[in-house]
Design a protein around this ligand. Structure first.
Ligand code: NAD
Length: 473
């Protein structure tokens, strides 16, 4: 069993004196695979002081040099590729054959992408007589959830470092392993002391310390809407910038004249990927009444093709849910859906019969879901798809927008030209049309209760930049 008793602070492995240990459970075997000592407020304060001390030199480091560090980190991530894969397989139960594509490849590419973008901070715009300049926002606290540990970390870390910010990182309690490897990588490439600091800890204990800290200039939070609101409240007194990337219940409209085989396959596979633990998963499939029977048949077929089981087996496409807590939540929602009167097309709240342990749930699809049911409104965060029928496209758009969330959305129509006007009317930060996939070049973030931040793309850089105007005579 692994023991993680150190944080990474000021370029050193800093021993943690606290007695509180978090047991890391492999969700496939339910065995304890590591004990992680949780940081205290004192440890966080040290990390913030280190980041603050390093800020001046790092922000004055030429952008070319900062880009070299980012590229060196990317090279070393490539060298540690298998370790990063195993971190996800062990702590989250990700299928080994899919982990690279889902969690690692884009993160490495993103390090290089933001290295290329490092010069942005030095660009000066002349507007009339005035000079519009940019500067790094300062010390950033980066808090992440457990569902895409490395991807979420890099989505914040790479643009923060590229702009000249220094950081204090806190991963989710359940998934510290990828971050731990990243600290080793950063140590190896020799990033100046204090630029990157990592603490492991409980969100409700050290999260408020990070959010309230007067020397933290910005906090970037990804996680539940509940915790995101708390972070914003805690950050308010120090007037720091808060970037919130929160939950979702994204709608996917399939039109009457779409290629149903392709459209439904895309939607079902989207929800089952990462065992449904994806913030922008298209969990509400809105389908025309006129084609309901055909759609339901395809959906059941695609769900049956999923191979649920041991994440270490190369053929597995769906591993367990990442934790017992998540397993219980998803089971409860499936029971709730039945109580609310939705029909189970496929799946159940029980662990699949061929598995005797692990937090497994089979691909589950509800039909006869109506828009006001709780399973149609609340984020389930598991492999559970709700199929909702609509009469005409106006009603489909209305149902799609009838949500407290607005993270993502999707449209599959006859062709791109038909999909675009529908996409334009959906209240969400993103809309995927005609079966498209995540692109790190496009800004990602929500509206409404899904948050206010924009990660990825060039927009991610702006989260870490302050604009300064020099007014000339
Ligand atoms: P969570 O909110 O429970 O935890 C997320 C992180 O916040 C963890 O590191 C946790 O320790 C920390 N935290 C908890 N309470 C805190 C507090 N009071 N102050 C500061 N930090 C605190 O969420 P989760 O269950 O780990 O993650 C799942 C959620 O994340 C889902 O709602 C999902 O949609 C969302 N998510 C959003 C995005 C996005 O980009 N919008 C991406 C991935 C996940």
């Amino acid at each position: 069993m692994q023991h993680i008793n150190n944080a990474y602070i000021n370029g050193n492995w800093h021993p943690l004196a606290g007695l509180d240990q978090f047991s890391l459970i492999n969700p496939a075997t339910q065995d304890c695979i590591a004990k992680v000592t949780m940081a205290t407020a004192e440890d966080v304060n040290l990390a913030v002081e280190a980041a603050n001390k390093a800020l001046l030199d790092w922000s004055n480091t030429p952008n070319k040099k900062r880009a070299e560090y980012l590229n060196a980190i990317a090279d070393e991530m490539q060298n540690r590729y298998q370790d990063l894969v195993q971190a996800h397989v062990q702590s989250m139960g990700c299928p080994v054959g899919l982990t690279g594509a889902f969690h690692i490849d884009c993160a490495i590419e993103a390090m290089r992408y933001y290295a290329e973008m490092a010069p942005m901070i030095d660009k000066v715009e002349q507007r009339e007589n005035n000079l519009i300049t940019k500067q790094p926002i300062g010390v950033c606290a980066l808090i992440n959830p457990w569902n895409y540990p490395l991807h979420q970390l890099v989505g914040k870390l790479a643009p923060a470092l590229a702009t000249g910010c220094t950081v204090v990182v806190k991963p989710a309690e359940q998934t510290p392993l990828a971050d731990h490897i990243m600290a080793q990588i950063i140590d190896k490439v020799g990033l100046p002391a204090g630029v990157f600091n990592l603490v492991f800890g409980r969100g409700h204990e050290i999260g408020p310390v990070m959010a309230e800290h007067p020397k933290v200039n910005m906090i970037s939070f990804t996680g539940s809407t509940r915790a995101g609101i708390e972070v914003a409240k805690n950050a308010a007194a120090s007037v720091k910038r808060v970037c919130q990337e929160l939950g979702g219940k994204s709608a996917y409209i399939i039109t009457e004249d779409a290629d149903l085989e392709a459209a439904v396959r895309y939607g079902v596979e989207d929800v089952m990927g990462n065992t449904g633990q994806t913030c922008n998963a298209l969990t509400r499939m809105l389908v025309p009444k006129s084609r309901y029977q055909e759609i339901v048949k395809i959906a059941a077929q695609v769900a049956k093709e999923q191979v649920v089981g041991d994440p270490n087996h190369p053929d597995t496409t769906m591993g367990p849910l990442a934790s017992e807590r998540q397993f219980n939540i998803v089971q409860d929602y499936i029971k709730l859906g039945v109580e609310e009167g939705a029909e189970l097309l496929i799946g159940s709240s029980d662990r699949p019969a061929h598995l005797d342990k692990g937090y497994y749930i089979a691909p589950t699809i509800f039909t006869k879901v109506t828009r006001h049911m709780r399973i149609a409104q609340e984020e389930i965060f598991g492999p559970v798809l709700c199929i909702i029928e609509y009469d005409d496209i106006e009603q489909a758009i209305e149902i799609a927008n009838d949500s407290q969330y607005g993270l993502s959305s999707a449209v599959y129509a006859k062709d791109q030209a038909s999909a675009l006007p529908i996409a334009a009317r959906l209240d969400a930060g993103q809309c995927y049309i005609q079966g498209s996939y995540f692109s790190m070049y496009a800004p990602f973030g929500g509206v409404k209760q899904s948050g206010n931040g924009r990660e990825w793309g060039e927009e991610a850089m702006h989260e870490y930049i302050e604009t300064k105007a020099i007014i000339c005579p």
